[in-house]
Design a protein around this ligand. Structure first.
Ligand SMILES: Nc1ncnc2c1ncn2[C@@H]1O[C@H](COP(=O)(O)OP(=O)(O)O)[C@@H](O)[C@H]1O
Ligand SMILES: [Mg+2]
Length: 313
């Protein structure tokens, strides 16, 4: 069967590359991650009889995202079975709701589950391909459980994970890039931004931004560009597709600085009192706080004679 479909060049190799067990896609808003993962899975299931599992944190969100995306692509490829017959027409795919599922005439199936309905996960078997959409929203325990569910006697097993950029504290960052606490370094995220794709061990990494999606309207990119002015942190994530700058870390650094300043300040006041600076002046400096650091330092460095002269003024 011949299928013709225009795809984004940055995703072309990804579509047909099944060398690694894990495929991790991180990128900015609208970079076409979801679209190409769905297309990749469809192409795979057309060429091999497989059962694929699509996971989101919340089951109900499949309806307007993954399930409708798959259905849209299948329709686009001219593969939608609308014969109404009991048997699915040869080479076609039939969507089914409650529960969401796509059935291929070959026997391949795509099923959809949510981590918020753990009972659903218990019953799955023979799944050889899992897509974890918006994987940063799923918990690490869930990810590990899913790896355990990936099981098939003969077929090669694959897990695809897609996400918008995450912060360093998210498990996806700790697992696929760097876990500072446990001193485990897998890949420097900057290397990924630079290269676009990286293969490391059993993982294929893919990075993308809206620039990689030729199907986006110009206005969408303009909107993302505007973020630079009023929300630079979100601009970094949404437009550049780069990991969240850890606001919490800079807060801690700030606070640490302040604490250091305050303790220096308290020491300075003690030194001044020991030098015999009068209480009134010290009280005045106290109310000014560390703003008066320069004056305080000048006072501390004065000789006793200078200090007496100064206080006599
Ligand atoms: N190959 C394609 N053919 C047609 N439309 C595409 C294609 N790739 C991307 N798009 C369009 O781009 C939009 C954004 O892509 P999407 O996969 O949702 O991005 P992301 O998941 O990275 O946020 C999709 O809704 C779709 O309309
Ligand atoms: Mg998406």
């Amino acid at each position: 069967m011949d299928i013709t479909k225009e795809v984004n060049p940055h995703f072309e190799d990804f579509l047909f590359d099944w060398n690694q067990k894990f495929q991790f896609l991180m990128g900015g808003y609208g970079s076409s991650k979801s679209y190409h993962v769905a297309l990749k899975i469809i192409l795979k299931l057309l060429s091999e009889k497989r059962k694929a599992l699509v996971i989101r944190e919340v089951y109900d969100t499949h309806k307007d995202s993954t399930f409708s995306l798959f259905t849209e692509i299948i329709e686009d490829l001219g593969l939608l079975d609308d014969s109404g017959r009991k048997k699915i027409a040869k080479g076609k795919v039939r969507p089914k709701e409650s529960p969401y599922e796509l059935k291929f005439s070959s026997g391949s199936r795509i099923i959809f589950k949510g981590m918020d309905k753990p009972a659903q996960l218990k019953s799955i078997n023979n799944v050889s391909l899992i897509w974890l959409e918006e994987c940063s929203e799923v918990k690490y325990e869930g990810f590990k459980e899913l790896i355990g569910r990936l099981r098939h006697p003969t077929l090669k097993l694959h897990m695809i994970l897609s996400t918008n950029p995450i912060g360093e504290e998210n498990w996806t960052y700790m697992h696929f890039f760097k876990d500072e606490k446990n001193e485990r370094i897998v890949l420097d995220d900057n290397e990924l931004y630079e290269k676009g794709t990286v293969v490391f061990g059993d993982t294929y990494y893919h990075h993308s931004t809206a620039d990689d999606n030729l199907f986006l309207p110009e206005s969408y990119i303009e909107q993302l560009d505007e973020l630079k002015e009023y929300d630079p942190d979100l601009h970094r994530v949404a437009r550049l597709g780069r990991k969240e700058e850890i606001a919490s870390q800079s807060l801690i650094d700030n606070l640490r600085n302040q604490v250091a300043i305050m303790s220096d300040w308290a020491k300075n006041m003690k030194t001044l009192a020991a030098k015999g600076v009068d209480d009134g002046l010290i009280a005045e400096l106290q109310t000014m706080g560390p703003k008066a650091l320069a004056e305080t330092k000048a006072l501390i460095s004065m000789s006793d004679v200078q200090l007496n002269e100064f206080q006599g003024l």
